[in-house]
Structure formats: structure tokens, C-alpha cells
Design a protein around this ligand. Sequence first.
Ligand code: SF4
Ligand code: ZN
Length: 318
Amino acid sequence: MRCRKCGERAAINLRQHRLALCAEHYLAWFEEQTARTIHKYRMFEPDARILVAVSGGKDSLALWEVLLRLGYHADGLYIDLGIDKGLHYSTHSGEKAADFAAQHPTAHLHIINIAETYGESIPQLARRKRQHQRPCALCGLIKRHEMNRIALESGYDVLATGHNLDDEAATLFGNTLHWQASYLKRQAPVLPADGEGLARKVKPFCRFYERDTAAYTLLRGITYIYDECPYAIGATSIQHKLTLTQLESRAPGTKLQFYVSFLKAKEEGLFCREEMPPADLHPCKECGQPTLAPERCAFCRLWYAEDQVEAENLQSTS
Ligand code: SF4
Ligand code: ZN
């Protein structure tokens, strides 16, 4: 197979686009497509300060690389979750993020260690909360909170994550299976900053297949952590990805069409008739981030000792 641009031997065949490209033209295509997605969804302006959530995996490191190559001011944020059973997942992923940052001296890497900052790693917290078999809900909550906190505290205009099309299509599939209308409504390439406490969030890779980002990192020589988090094994989202990949292998382009058609349907008013009532958000008593809870947000309640609650109750009744 030959590259459509130059006729050299193709390095990759993008079946969904019926496009074969050599390494050089693939790298250029990938970066151009990222710029187009940023522009299409009006993600951010050329002078924006961007915080990239970096896990040490291929998608987030590729995103950081592309944003720097496109000339953006992009810094990274690595959250050390303290997940070190088995393959030392956190240690190795942190090393990959740090190696990348060391090769890009103009960019800054923020590192947050959850155990050092809050006293417990994710596995320790999950054990205390009896969620050690599947700590993903807790972990997701903590990551979202910390990404938002650092983006706001450090004055970034936007938080960028490396979610790819496979991630987005799997999330969409799961939300559709259960008709999670409120999640479907919020699923988008851009989540605008929400008044006081929520940073703007964008997903510049939302139209790339996972294998596209893998090819990019490989051809650019970016080293990343191959292993998944040990807690990801058996996750429902992985089952959804497998199902969609089966459909994709029979009809290339299925995932892209599924996701893009959903976005189009939303633009055309999919949710207009069932307007959700505006959420009654107010600042958390501890951290100030928006919450629906009466006093402390779900994140702060994780770290707030039960005996403090009792003491407060006693005070309020005395
Ligand atoms: Fe956290 Fe679960 Fe992802 Fe592991 S798989 S990083 S525990 S959300
Ligand atoms: Zn809070």
C-alpha cells in the first residue's frame, strides 16, 4: 500500500477514512486533524494556557506533544494515585510523565501525590471505604476534583484530557444502554467553565481512534506506559470497547459515526424538549468547589473523619 500524498510505502492505513499514509505524512495529518478539532469545537484560543491531564499513557502524552508542536502553552498535571500493587503502575506511569517533561524543558509538569496531600493513597482510601475490589468510582471522583483544583488555582484557561474516540464511543454506549440522560447531556468535546468553580474541559482527541494515537506515539518515538491500571481489568467500559470494536471490524467507521451522529443529534435539539432543571450548585464548605450536597462535596466527605461529624452534631445540639 502506498501513501496517498507522496506514493512512498504507507506506514498506516486509516480504513475509516480510506486513507493510507507514510510515517511523515501521517504525523503531519494527525497534528493537522488535532488543530481542526480544536478549531471546529472552539476549544481554546491560540494564546490559551492549557493544563493537560497526563497519566503517562499514550493518549495524554501524545496530546501534550501535539499541543506543544502546534505552538500552544501547554503544561502537564500528573496525579500520583499510589496504585502500586503488582506492576507498580503509579511509579512507572509517573516516570513516563516525568521523562516526557524532562525532554520538553519549556513545559512544566505539576505533580500531585494523593497520599502525601490527603494522607491516603487510592487503595488505602478504597479499603477504608470498602470499595477495594473496584475503586474506580472513588478514583474518578478524586482525579476530577484535583484536575479542576489545579486548573483553577494555577490560572489555566482550560483543562485538556486525552480521551480518544474509543473512550468516548464506549462511554456513549454505556450511557445509552442505561439511558442516562443527564450524562448524555453532558457528554461533549467541550464542557464550558461553569460559573464560579468548574474549569473548562476539552477533549482534542475525541475524533481519533485509539490505534491512531498509538501509531502517533510510536512514530514520534514517545515512550509511555503500556500496562493498564490493575483495577481496569474487567471494567464494563472495556467490555463496551470490545463490543464496539467487533462492530467496527465489520463496518469500518462505525465508532466515528456513532459518536459524531450523537453530537449532531444534540446540536439538532435531541434534549431540547426535556430541558433538565438547572442544578442547584453551591460552594463546598471545605474546598469551595461547586457541589449539590448541602455542606461538603463528595470529595471532601471522603477525607472528613466521622468523629468530626459527631463533634459537629454535638455542638449544634448543645
Ligand atoms: Fe483509577 Fe480505576 Fe482508572 Fe485505575 S482503572 S486509574 S483505579 S479509575
Ligand atoms: Zn469540597
